[in-house]
Ligand binder design. Structure first.
Ligand code: ATP
Length: 226
């Protein structure tokens, strides 16, 4: 069984925070492969300041190619960029379930901040039946630290998705008779966001510590985010 993670995002631009969490999730969940899936028109982000889709794709390719821990295992998918209109996770998950061999186990990876908005996503209840989730706690963005954030997640899960979820200590995840499991994962704090990078570029501050070198070169050459 090949374990494959799907990791969506705006990647506007990809940064070291993404690379770090991807590497950690892959190791912790023993994934064989991870697919990075930039969204075409992010339905939940204001449209201003989104770099061209092909540029975002290219920056992901550059980042992965120059990050040895991920070069063999992370691949970039343009499936959402090829689909007309906004990108919906449900369509992406269904697509990969169709095209990947039956010998694949899929996981959908997302941040806790995104998870708390999931009840606004298209066909979100179906998603919970289709694919197991890995929810990573991203530092800095979410206002509650420590275990409180997981208590809040549990409340959200039970009130918005189904109150039949139970935490299984032996499996270290939330389980449900009819739905897929939900794993939670604390990642090493790395307070970097794409927003911070776009602002730094605009204000002519250095982004060297925040993005891989090739990505920085690309942003400069193309004059992105100015
Ligand atoms: P923006 O600042 O524009 O909102 P972002 O930095 O959140 O962008 P996205 O491409 O939207 O980047 O993120 C994709 C996924 O990666 C999300 O699930 C997000 O929670 C997660 N993520 C992004 N940065 C980090 C980080 N530093 N640590 C952990 N998770 C992160």
């Amino acid at each position: 069984m090949k374990r494959i993670g799907l990791f969506g995002g705006t990647f506007n631009p990809i940064h070291r925070g993404h690379l770090q969490v991807i590497q950690e999730v892959m190791e912790a969940f023993n994934l064989d492969q991870i697919k990075l899936i930039p969204a075409a028109l992010p339905p939940h982000k204001e449209s201003g300041g989104v770099a061209d889709a092909q540029d975002r794709l290219q920056m992901i390719r550059l980042a992965v190619a120059n990050y040895p821990a991920l070069t063999q295992t992370a691949t970039v998918s343009d499936v959402e960029l090829k689909r007309p209109g906004p990108s919906y996770t449900i369509d992406t998950v269904r697509y990969f379930m169709q095209v990947l061999s039956e010998n694949s186990a899929l996981f959908f990876i997302l941040g806790l901040d995104a998870f708390h908005e999931i009840d606004t996503w298209k066909s979100y209840l179906d998603l919970f039946e289709l694919v197991p989730f890995i929810v990573m706690a991203r530092p800095g963005v979410y206002r509650h630290d420590g275990d409180l954030k997981w208590e809040i997640l549990e409340k959200y899960l039970k009130s918005k998705i189904s109150d039949a979820y139970r935490f299984s200590v032996s499996r270290s995840c939330y389980v449900h008779a009819e739905k897929q499991p939900i794993f939670v994962f604390d990642v090493t704090p790395l307070e970097i966001s794409s927003t911070q990078i776009r602002e730094s570029v605009k204000n002519r501050r250095s982004i060297t510590p925040l993005v891989p070198e090739k990505v920085e070169d690309f942003i400069k050459t193309k004059g992105l985010y100015l």
